[in-house]
Design a protein around this ligand. Structure first.
Ligand code: FAD
Ligand code: DHB
Length: 395
């Protein structure tokens, strides 16, 4: 299989195929350092943690991952805890940076000695309607062609695989939000053991972490807000204004070591397959980050794809390949719905009036006082059950 992109989707898929004895070549246009250093997601669902462990790449996760059995929702100056573990029969989420996941997977790939090209130039794909597609690229000054049975488009939202599908073959569903997230990493010990999602009149804010010494915080801003508009002092003033609760809880202030603004969108391209090209992860769908689902959806897509490949190579059966898109999209749409709901319940829209804010508060009041509502949030936040057993994917 030819895999375009060495983000979480491409690397996980490559390792799942390796564990099933299926050859793959991974082609990535950025450098190894760039791919590892990119600061992105941090929340792993229970199923993603179980998957990484079952794949034998969970050592770093077990050493440095922070297991969280609950989270807080904060509004009107008070934090309300939702006990994820108690409401889901013992499930939890683990905070472990995407950087670390990617680093662990690159190490695992390197140990298999299977091909992984970084800094590939002019990557292209062709022959998608044939049974022998080709990935072309330049590397180290030489041209390369990978002749494969299938191509996995794991090259993210801005990649080349989705645009290679002919016009009219895909239906695109999209919503762009009128806000973005300003995210920072700060050298400050986390002042809470668990995440705090805050709905404030001035806009959403989120408290998270990366380690016992590093806090990760987000602030709702305009989607195209230049980061230069925000001095470190202005960021801290706004974080503290939105997050400080009446009991005096607030994030610990520290030196900001990274800051950036990310726009937010919901996006689905369907079907997730065209001929012998299979899209997985952000190349097929984007969720707003509020539900912490992006990375986890990438993992569930490739588990479905790995099982389909195993069934094809072991038994010559194409039924799982044919079901790939429908199987993934059922989960994708539920994650879209959850992420949209979290986003619209917690953020302030530019056209929002007093009624809308009061309705949001009522929504949050109901959420944090009804066991049924908390259970619904908890089962979605820790991750809905997988469509694919590990056993059937060769684990
Ligand atoms: P990616 O991680 O995007 O990987 C795609 C890979 O393909 C990249 O390495 C890219 O360099 C490579 N590539 C692109 N074009 C080509 C090409 N032409 N040829 C070869 N390789 C190519 N999710 C959360 O849950 N919480 C968050 O806080 C959060 N923050 C995010 C912040 C940003 C800025 C972004 C972009 C995403 C964020 N996400 C977040 C989403 C989450 O990180 C993604 O869902 C996840 O990375 C998806 O993995 P992927 O492998 O599908 O795509
Ligand atoms: C983090 C990111 C998210 O999108 C989220 O919902 C929770 C936490 C994080 O980066 O830690």
């Amino acid at each position: 299989m030819g895999i375009v992109g060495a983000g979480p989707a491409g690397l996980l898929l490559g390792h799942l195929l390796h564990l099933n004895g299926i050859d793959s070549v991974i082609v990535e246009n950025r450098s190894r350092e760039y791919v590892i250093d990119r600061v992105r997601a941090g929340v792993l669902e229970q199923g993603t943690v179980d998957l990484l462990n079952a794949m034998g790449v969970g050592a770093g996760l077990q050493r440095a991952g922070l297991r969280h059995e609950g989270l807080y929702v904060s509004f009107r100056g008070s934090r309300h805890r939702i006990d994820l573990a108690e409401l889901t029969g013992g499930k939890a989420i683990t905070v472990y940076g995407q950087n670390e996941v990617v680093r662990d997977l690159i190490d695992a790939r390197t140990a298999t000695q299977r091909p992984l090209y970084f800094e590939a130039d002019r990557v292209s794909i062709g022959g998608l309607d044939s049974s022998s597609p080709i990935i072309g690229f330049r590397h180290g000054g030489a041209g390369h062609e990978v002749h494969c049975d299938f191509v996995a488009g794991c090259d993210g939202f801005h990649g080349i695989c989705r645009p290679s599908i002919p016009d009219g073959a895909l239906t695109v569903y999209e919503r762009v939000y009128p806000f973005g997230w300003l995210g920072i990493l700060a050298e400050a010990p986390p002042s809470s053991d668990e995440l705090v999602y805050t709905c404030h009149e001035r806009g959403f804010a989120l408290f998270s972490m990366r380690s016992p010494r590093v806090t990760r915080l987000y602030l709702q801003t305009l989607p195209d807000e230049p980061i230069e508009n925000w001095s470190d002092d202005a960021i801290w003033d706004e974080m503290l204004e939105r997050m400080t609760t009446r009991d005096g809880w607030r994030p610990t202030v520290g030196r900001i070591i990274q800051k950036s603004v990310t726009p937010m969108r919901s996006f689905v391209a369907a079907p997730m397959r065209h001929g012998c090209l299979f899209l997985a992860g952000d190349s097929a769908h984007i969720v707003p980050p509020t539900g912490a689902k992006g990375l986890n959806l990438a993992a569930s897509d490739v588990l479905v794809l790995a099982r389909a490949m195993k069934v094809y190579y072991e038994h010559g059966r194409r039924d799982r390949l044919d079901q790939y898109s429908d199987t993934c999209l059922r989960r994708v749409w539920k994650a879209q719905r959850f992420s949209w709901w979290m986003t619209s319940t917690l953020h302030r829209s530019p056209d929002q009036n007093g009624f809308d804010h009061q309705r949001q508060i009522a929504d949050l009041d109901y959420l944090t006082s009804s066991r049924a509502a908390m259970t619904s949030l908890a089962e979605q936040y820790v991750g809905l059950p997988s469509e694919v057993s590990f056993d059937s994917a060769g684990l």
